[in-house]
Ligand binder design. Sequence first.
Ligand code: AHR
Length: 495
Amino acid sequence: VSAQTTATISEPSEKVTISKHIYGHFAEHLGRCIYDGIYVGENSTIPNINGVRKDIIAALRELDIPNLRWPGGCFADTYHWKDGVGPKKDRPAMVNRWWGGVTEDNSFGTHDFLNLCEELGAEPYLAANVGSSTVQEFTEYIQYVTHPGKSPMSDWRRENGRDNPWEVSFWGVGNEMWGCGGNMTPEHYADVYRQYATFMTDWSNTDGFFRVASGANVDDYHWTEVMMRDIPKSLIEGVALHSYSFVEWNEKGSASDFDEAQYFSTMQTALKMEELVTKHSAIMDKYDPQNKVALVVDEWGGWYEVEEGTNPGFLYQQNTMRDAMIAGVTLNIFNNHAMRVKMANLAQTVNVLQAVILTEGEKMILTPTYHVLKMYKVHQDATLLPVNFESPTYTYNGEILPAVSISASKKESGAVHISLVNIDAQKEHIINLSMEEFGAKQLTGTILTSNSLQDHNTFEAPEKVKIKAFSKMKIKKGQVEISLPPFSVVVLQTE
Ligand code: AHR
């Protein structure tokens, strides 16, 4: 057990809302995320609604997922939306050049995706093909999806079975334009973005467009600088950022068979998100002191080697307590930066990278990451509460990381929620939390931990890692003593 650390939670001097959209997800046409994951087809024996698994819909609803990004990722800049509407039997096939070279029959298209979002109560976040398409194709897409009246594209939509337009605010204008989106320079892409954004006509949205420029790869600060400098604020609502956690990019290691050295390296990359968000935000502050443009971390999560015997292009990996640590610390970072980070998307929802759900035939399991998202959903749209605290350290092989991360928020009802993560692989850490301003007499809590960091859920043992009630705390006159076991995520609440 380490020495005790004190932390203070207080009322904010300025109200900042933790946007629910920080808790967004991402479903790409990649491996078994859509096909043989979310979508099994109308004729499947697996219970489904219009081909989408009912168990997945129920599980995602339980998370209150606020938005879902689709169809990519790298796939988006190869996707031609017209191939995915109309009678399924007439749709042309396509080859997924980025992910495994597999042939897709386009049976899951725009109607399927937007109807799924309605079913989930989640807002769609569509990524447009900028890399290998045209401004014309994009403007027609927007007209098809959102035009309420008579127009060539909305008439076609009606023919295809949908009278009313869908409500779509979030539009990504290309993806990873520095790489798979077209290997562009930021200066060139900023011009291309301006052109695409100019022709985006907002037909029916009540909330207005939220246009996201493809953003920086990790610490490419120049990219953010150019987006903020060269794109007029009248044409942009968000700038993206992608950053993954891993042991080493060129030697990712197994998702479930790793040692403490590999765990420590993964945590180093995960915690780098703090520095990334701080530095990208500082550039944005310079060009946008009014805080109009959001930082949108629309790809984050752990990335390891694929499971043995699976297609290397499918990015299918297990999900352990290490991933729960990544999720806990990353979401705490986003919460604490809610002033600028207004949207984020975990990569990816089902069967790909840091998935919340894995499937095998008719079986479905929830991963440790799923449980963290479930515990943290209380922060969605709540008011951020500042936490004053200096973390104890987690030392490995002479290297140091902050062991504990905390974020806190207050609901309109007055209920306060505090999420704490101890990433230390060995030590319990004790936090003395002072929250006198809130006059709480009673706290309840939940915990996610397990016997080993490598623990995960399998189709044979789906509940090895699960949420339990948390009781290792004492409360006295607004002071709470909390004992955080090694590698644990705890969420406390006052009411
Ligand atoms: O999430 C997998 C891939 O990672 C996405 O397609 C791409 O945008 C990123 O490089």
